[in-house]
Each structure stands twice: as C-alpha cells, then as structure tokens.
Ligand binder design. Structure first.
Ligand code: FE2
Length: 413
C-alpha cells in the first residue's frame, strides 16, 4: 500500500461519521483494524436476473459488472450499491468454480461478509496465528491504477470473511464515489432501473448487523472464534427464556468488532415442541450453517418501508394485537430512562406494520422481510435506531409467532 493510500484509508477509518456505524470510544480492541464492511457477496444461480430483483424491489443501483464481455472467464459479478452498502452478486460460469458445487447443494445465499482492512496480508496472518482457518490465500488484482488484495477466513458453514485492502484508484473512498470496485469491473450501461432508483430512493445506508445460524450446541464455539480470531467481544446475549414461543426456542449471542463497526449475532436452535426458525434454515441447507439475515440501516424507517412496500417487498405481518400493547411497553421504558417518546407518527407505524422496541438507551424501529428466495430463510431486516443499540428483544415473542405462521405455511413447522 502506498503511503498516500494508507493515509487515505486511515483518515477514512477515523472519520466515523462518513462510514457505517457509530464508533464507540469505549472500544479499543480491533486487532485486524477493520475499516468498513467492504462488501457482501452473494453466490447466486443467475446474477444477471438477481440484479433486477434487488434493483427493483430494494432500490439498489446496478453500478458495475465483470463478466465475459469484460474478460472475466470464471464468473459473472455485479456490483450493486445503495448508501454505503456494496453487494456483489456472483454466478459461476464453469463447473470448476467453487460456487458451482455449493449452489447445487445449498442454493443462493450469502457467501462472504468482507471487511476492508489496512493490510489484508497482515490481518490474515494475524487471524491465522490466533486460530483462524484459511478460506483462500491472499491474492492481489492490480493494474496501473492500483490494487485490491483479498484473503479469506473460513467462518461457520458456507460463510467466509474476506479481508480486503485497497490502494490507488481502488481505495474505498474512491469506490464510494463511483470508481472501479476492482480491476476488471466496468460501469453498467443503460440499466434503466438506475435512474428510477435515484428518483425514488429506498434510503438504505449501511449494514447494521449480520446474523448467522449455526447448529445446536455450536454457538459458544463461534463466540470464542470471534473473540480469538477476530478480536470481537460479546455485546449482548439472549437465551431461550428471551427467545421462545409456545412451540420453539433459540439462543443468540451478539459479537461486536472492537470498533463496533459491525455486529454479528450468532443463533443456535434450542429444544422446543416444534421446529425453530434456525432449525428450518439448517434443514433447507443440508445442515450447513450460514447467514440468516442481513440488517440494513436507514435514518427514516417510515419512508424506507413505505417505498419498499410500494415496490412490492413482502414483509412479515404481525397480528393487530401487537399494536394494542406496544406503546405502553415502549413509552414506559423510555420514560423510565429519561428518553423522549417515539417521535414518529404512531398510526403510520401501525399502517406500515413496523415494529418498535425500547431499552435503557432509546428506541428502535425494525421490520423483517419474508425470505429473499424460494429456499428458506435468508431475509433482510430494515432497521432504524434512535439511541437503542439492541435488537428488538421486546418484539421477539410476537415476531417469532409470526415467523411460525409462515413456517407452517411452508409446511416446515
Ligand atoms: Fe436482526
């Protein structure tokens, strides 16, 4: 990395107001020096068609691509962007590409939550020294304009974390301004939905958290893995008393990077009378753990959800009785801790079917989509935070009852 690009990266890393999350002064451990969520890579059967779905339903810009026409012989990749969210949709073009076998077995899904780091090679070596397993060795793509180095760490099941460092024209601040994502990527031309999406924004800003489902009894293994290999710390935890319905239960621990750039909750199923949502995920992925949902942050939950609904996004529906109890629960919590009441219009929240929860730090608004694809259960969460850094614990019971209704409709309860 050149001095100037390192400086750019460090400056960028320090200017937390322009990157994803609120960085917290209390957090000092960040051994891998995560700068940002570089991108989220989906492996899909048909990236060209999937790009239309995410553009049309979720308002992403289909910004760049690397495919046969640009000299990419092994896979086709589409870069979709919105705010500080970068999604790569990738489809293998040959049977020898590792995605080919995985797609056959597991279907479309999230493969990689990739982090920008100052130095990919060094971060990768540090992670391996601390007990990490390699998903792939460091490799560098470069041209006269700069370079992108990536190295992969194997996480649960199909998931990996790539550690990405960038120099020259490929530095992340430049990519955010529309520069090429990596050597081989070119801007899309005449993608008609791009103009529509600029005029009708969905307002999604960055990845708030990313939830993984692992097998029963394996949650603590992965908690330790995040502590030892990534230098993450436990942020919150929920047991089956927090997350259970009459029928099913799960446990969850939320791991946060040292700088609170990202939170990675890890779920495992707990024993219940019927099948939990985590068990349903595992059943439909050949018992293989993976990412259950990606939470995308907006500053304006109501506008985002209204626009997404207008585009036909299918959200999880809660019973009307939810709103008979929610205001008392939320307002009393906010009063107790000296916070202002929920400022958004209560009737509009109800009309849009948005969920509300509060804790000692404030409140949050959230809503969950139905699965993004036919195979259950990968979904998006649309979340807005007004102080609260939690995950909607007060909504768990109502939410999971609604999820069980959907599981029942799929014949999976
Ligand atoms: Fe979530």
């Amino acid at each position: 990395m050149t001095d100037s690009s390192r400086e750019t990266a460090i400056i960028h890393r320090m200017s937390s107001t322009t990157v994803s999350p609120e960085t917290s002064n209390k957090c000092s451990t960040d051994p891998l020096m995560l700068v940002d969520v570089d991108h989220v890579r989906f492996w899909v059967g048909n990236a060209k068609q999937a790009a239309y779905f995410y553009a049309s339903a979720y308002g992403f810009q289909v910004e760049q691509l690397a495919d046969l026409t640009t000299g990419s012989r092994n896979s086709a990749q589409y870069l979709l962007t919105q705010g500080n969210i970068r999604v790569i949709l990738e489809t293998p073009l040959t049977k020898d590409h590792p995605a080919s076998q995985e797609l056959l077995r597991l279907g479309d899904g999230i493969k990689d939550i990739a982090f920008t780091v100052i130095d990919s090679q060094k971060a990768y070596e540090a992670a391996l020294r601390n007990g990490g397993t390699s998903a792939y060795e460091p490799r560098t793509l470069s041209d006269a304009n700069g370079s992108v180095t990536m190295a992969g760490l194997q996480v649960y099941g199909r998931a990996i974390h790539s550690l990405v460092s960038r120099t020259g024209a490929y530095a992340l601040p430049a990519v955010k301004q529309g520069a090429s994502f990596a050597p081989g990527f070119v801007p899309t031309k005449n993608f008609s939905l791009n103009e529509w999406n600029l005029k009708h924004p969905c307002g999604l800003k960055f990845v708030d958290h990313c939830v993984g489902n692992v097998e029963q009894g394996r949650m603590n293994y992965w908690v330790e893995w995040y502590e030892n290999v990534m230098g993450f710390t436990m942020f919150k935890h929920f047991d089956e008393n927090d997350i259970s319905t009459e029928y099913s239960a799960l446990m969850s621990k939320v791991m946060a990077s040292g700088n609170h750039l990202i939170k990675m909750p890890i779920n495992e199923p707990a024993d219940g009378k019927k099948k939990s949502q985590v068990a349903e995920y595992l059943d439909w992925h050949d018992g293989t753990p993976g990412v259950q949902h990606l939470a995308l942050r907006t500053d304006d939950e109501l506008s985002s959800v209204a626009e997404l609904r207008r585009r036909g996004v299918d959200f999880l529906a809660l019973p009307d009785t939810y709103y008979e109890q929610v205001w008392e629960r939320v307002d009393s919590m906010l009063r107790k801790h000296g916070h202002e009441a929920v400022k958004e219009d209560h009737q509009r929240i109800r009309d849009l079917g948005i969920l509300v929860d509060a804790d000692d730090e404030g409140y949050l608004l959230q809503l969950f989509t139905k699965p993004l694809q036919d195979r259950p259960t990968l979904f998006f969460e649309i979340i807005s935070r007004r102080g609260s850094q939690s995950f909607g614990k007060g909504n768990f019971k109502a939410l999971f009852e609604a999820l069980e209704l959907e599981q029942g409709r799929r014949g999976n309860l």
